[in-house]
Design a protein around this ligand. Sequence first.
Ligand code: BTN
Length: 252
Amino acid sequence: MTTPDDTFPHEVDGGPFRVDAYDALPSTNDRARDLAAAGASDVVVIADRQTAGRGRQDREWVSPPGGIWLSLLVRPDLRGDRVPLLTFAAAVAVVEAVGLVGVDAGIKWPNDVLVETDGGERKLGGILTEASMVDGSLEWAVVGVGLNANVDVDALPAGSTSLGGLVGAVDRTAVTESFLTAFDRLRDDPEATLSAWRRDAVTIGRNVRVTTGSGSVEGIATGVDDAGRLLVDTGDGVEPVAAGDCEHLRPA
Ligand code: BTN
């Protein structure tokens, strides 16, 4: 019997995005970057598995068959410093899409989609946004989304989980289409993105340590500004952090 999931990703309706679908690719972000260099826009590259999936900070992203591994190539009219809001829009869209299959997820700044389990917070997905800037404006962005969908938890790095592990196998075509609809609604609307992100974020109000390229910042995360920078109250003032690895610390 053929189930909707067997055909994934070949029958995804991308709505406004042209779908470029593969059984396997090294990395959907790399394919989307090639399409950007060729002048394309509004394309979603989707693969059933990746052989060289990439995470933030040059980490490997484990991408076995059964996941949702996709990259959106977009060219929105966005100030350079607001590019992180595309990552936020994708994170919110993932939370909405998994909510429709009964999974209550939250967002850890800047890009992790987490679920709270008996064993603590587990990573369900992540986002890797890569962009080209010209004179301080965005030329194109590739928003890469990894969502552990119908993947055995044992095949994933420690601290991860999957939709399959949480609620059983899902229809990846439907989840992807829900995600694309939500992302399309938010991608040109920074204010709606920020307010939805603040609603879904699990970092705000937490004690955090953010490791940046130049050191680390520790304190209470009090919010994000309109460029998506995390505001950390260190006790000596509020420091805006543009990028880094964020750890949720236990309350002192
Ligand atoms: C992270 O949390 O470190 C970000 C992970 C992003 C992974 C996705 S999977 C689809 C796209 N292609 C890649 O090679 N990476 C992103």
